[in-house]
Design a binder for this molecule. Structure first.
Ligand code: ADP
Ligand code: MG
Length: 456
């Protein structure tokens, strides 16, 4: 691609390459491309939201400087995540928020997330069959999903997919929807909570016709997390009628649940037997081979290179779900950037060391965990850490916590301020700047911070 935007961005990259450590450049900038230049705004495509956020937070001043030198002083650089760009180009799914560039600051993380998470009832263009790795544990569910996407309503109707959390149910539902949409069919994807909301609203506002029109318009109806219909008797009746109407018309129905139909006690018998009348497919946790393949695919899509040893090490880490596995990969990528080192076995070991592994452990980088680790390091209590203080040690601990919370645990500036003694955003922002400078200037301090991140 040699559009004007690409040429200008290449020139910016040339300057940035001189200024930024090689490993950071390779990880975060190398695989970006210039998409459009319009009204002083240069749109740059980045592979992942994660990369966009890093660039926003870490490299924006340098990027703006480079753009000012190459293009002109009032050029603004905005990032667009690749999946959103692709969605826009191929119109796979509505990409409403996709065209919105990432907001200029980390504080608007909720809005930034919109770039990858389209509105809740639309379809995520990243979740496709080609980004889904097939292994022993998910073979049946995958085969059934592809069959249903190719010939909706023909056989396997309904298709009922169940597994514990984070094993790919939602991914498969979206993949079916994406595939159906590419054949000009109209998929309707909802979570059971959205279904409930629609149903209740239709009764309250007497818009039952709109409700039925929405669901009847589906060529494929995908209902995620059906377990949330528990205790909602009235909605279950509504669901039963919707289900029957569609099923009688041979409309494909796909359902995801955290347990098999036989274990869904709360469902009326008639609905349960309907579910059992189609195909029921479970997903089992992936074996090491499948995990390796998943890691490789995710790394590839993030434009990060992983050695085979590194993949093995990560793939043999005992985690409960693929979501967690992805979390570890993200952590490793973050640490590699933070330390300015390439992703080696050592880096992975240190990233994963000190973790009390248990299959049921929640994701490591929660705010609570961050506060605990920082408090432990500075030998203060968590309460103390969260209270304003004039004590130097506590102040430093608070600044480190602010830094880790906002940059690694993805907490907003406002929330980090509130957590750590009710500081306003401006104060937090100033502390962060001071921290960044100190991390850059003071190697011993930088080591302390990375050892804290390692323990998360
Ligand atoms: P569930 O709905 O079962 O809780 P998700 O579909 O949300 O799980 O999957 C969690 C994460 O793991 C998603 O990012 C998804 O892309 C990823 N994932 C799950 N299974 C696979 C797979 N077989 N190949 C690639 N990625 C997967
Ligand atoms: Mg899900």
């Amino acid at each position: 691609m040699n559009s004007p935007a690409q040429k200008l961005w290449s020139a910016c990259l040339g300057r940035l390459q001189l200024e930024i450590p090689r490993s950071s450049f390779d990880t975060w900038l190398k695989s970006t491309s210039g998409l459009a230049i319009e009204d002083g705004r240069l749109t740059v495509v980045v592979p992942t939201t994660f990369a966009a956020e890093w660039l926003e937070r870490r490299l924006m001043p340098a990027i703006q400087r480079a753009a000012a030198e190459v293009i002109g002083s009032d050029t603004r650089v905005v990032f667009l995540v690749a999946s959103a760009a692709a969605a826009r180009e191929h119109a796979v799914a509505p990409a409403p928020a996709a065209a919105t560039p990432l907001p200029a600051s980390r504080e608007d993380a909720a809005e930034a997330n919109a770039v990858v998470s389209p509105p809740r009832d639309s379809i995520n263009p990243r979740y496709t069959f080609s980004s889904f790795v097939v292994g022993e544990g998910n073979q049946l569910a995958h085969a059934a999903a592809t069959a249903v996407a190719a010939h909706p309503g023909d056989q396997y109707n309904p298709l009922f997919i169940y597994s514990s959390v984070g094993l790919g149910k939602t991914h498969l539902l979206h993949a079916i929807a994406n595939e159906a949409a590419s054949h000009d069919l109209h998929p309707v994807y909802v979570t059971s909570e959205q279904f409930t909301g629609d149903f209740i609203r239709s009764i309250r506002e007497r818009t039952q016709d709109d409700f039925r029109a929405k669901y009847r318009s589906a060529d494929v109806l995908l209902v995620d997390d059906i377990q949330f219909l528990e205790g909602k008797e009235q909605t279950q009746v509504g669901f039963f009628h919707t289900f029957n109407e569609l099923h009688n018309a041979n409309t494909q129905i796909v359902i995801a649940c955290d347990r098999p139909p036989s274990a869904v006690q709360f469902l009326q018998d008639r609905l349960r037997s309907r579910f059992e009348g189609g195909l029921v497919a479970d997903i089992q946790p992936p074996d090491v081979e499948t995990r390796s393949a998943i890691l490789q695919l995710k790394a590839e899509r993030a434009h990060v290179r992983l050695d085979r040893e590194v993949v093995n090490l990560l793939a043999t880490t005992p985690v409960g779900s693929i979501r967690e596995l992805e979390g570890f990969l993200n952590k490793v990528i973050a640490l590699s950037l933070f330390m300015g080192k390439s992703i080696s076995q050592d880096l992975v070991s240190s990233a994963l060391s000190g973790l009390p592994f248990s299959p049921r452990r929640k994701t490591a980088m929660t705010p609570e965990r961050t506060l605990e680790v920082v408090a432990r390091h500075y030998e203060v209590s968590v309460e103390h850490l969260c209270t304003r203080s004039s004590d130097r040690k506590t102040t430093e601990a608070q600044r480190v916590a602010m830094y880790v919370l906002t940059s690694i645990a993805r907490v907003s500036l406002d929330d980090a301020g509130k957590l750590l003694g009710d500081w306003n955003r401006r104060t937090v922002s100033n502390s962060l700047k001071a921290m960044q400078k100190r991390i850059a200037d003071d190697q011993a301090f930088s080591n302390i911070v990375s050892s804290i991140i390692t323990q998360l």
